[in-house]
Design a protein around this ligand. Sequence first.
Ligand code: GDP
Ligand code: CA
Length: 308
Amino acid sequence: MNVVVLSGGVGGARLVRGLVDVVGARETTVVGNVGDDVEILGLHVSPDLDSIVYALAGVADEERGWGRAEETWKALETVATVGGEAWFRLGDRDLGLHLVRTEALRSGEPLSAVTARVARALGVESTVLPATDDRLRTWLDTPGGSFPFQEWFVARGHRDEVDGVRFEGADAAEPAPGVLDGLGRADVIVVAPSNPYVSVGPILAVAELRSALANRRVPAVAVSPLIGGRAVKGPADRMLIRLAGGTTPAHVASCYAGLIDALVLDRADADALDGLDVRPIVTDTLMRDADARRRLAEAALDAAAVAR
Ligand code: GDP
Ligand code: CA
């Protein structure tokens, strides 16, 4: 069975690990968000792709929730000491990857190629693809002004309420090599429990990718990032209230209108199914450990099996 999963960073990577456990690494293709990508200290950082690769390589820091395990921060200390930009936290181990990626991109290698190379070198057997090799950047319109993603999320701690999300470069962005093929070969398409607006949104902003999903011949199932109407972490709930009008499963599904056949949602949201126009699949969705990740992945695949 071939599974394609659309994923942001940390939340998405949790389900991706579960899917890999259930269907196998080679059978899993991840299409990752690049709207969070940022040039910092002269380096091209792809936080969501890296979260997926680190998770699948088994080198992610599970306690901190992002970045690499056994990380040290010496380089960033020097950056701060000499007055450089130190607000975006880059660990020493992490930096090594950004150096290699930046050099590769500068020499003309596409992001998809360098991502594949890095994943392979770290022992990842799944296919990890950026949604696009083209420049696509997420911007947030807030009452305090418009900010590039990382300035809003990290520097300002996503405290500004969001009135609109824009994807600079999306109009011209083509799916990266392998994305449409992967979707064409998929038996099931899964939308990870990632932030619908700033993690999955930038993936769906690539027009040809979105229409491939809209015209799919196989089931597509999304997993809700909310439990009891609250995000497990991050601003997804606040964004849904302001941009979709609420945090019920119907509000989550409205972000994927025409693109999914079923929504996996938590038991804590099972009494709020009014207006939901896709098949609801109710289960425990908190991925606290490997067992829970695996069970949720199985529930998503079972949901897909009966969805169409
Ligand atoms: P980021 O790119 O690193 O911010 O990560 P994602 O967008 O992929 O994931 C963030 C989302 O994952 C948040 O909205 C969380 O609510 C959601 N999330 C994180 N852990 C879990 C979990 O265990 N279960 C569910 N259902 N959602 C989760
Ligand atoms: Ca992200």
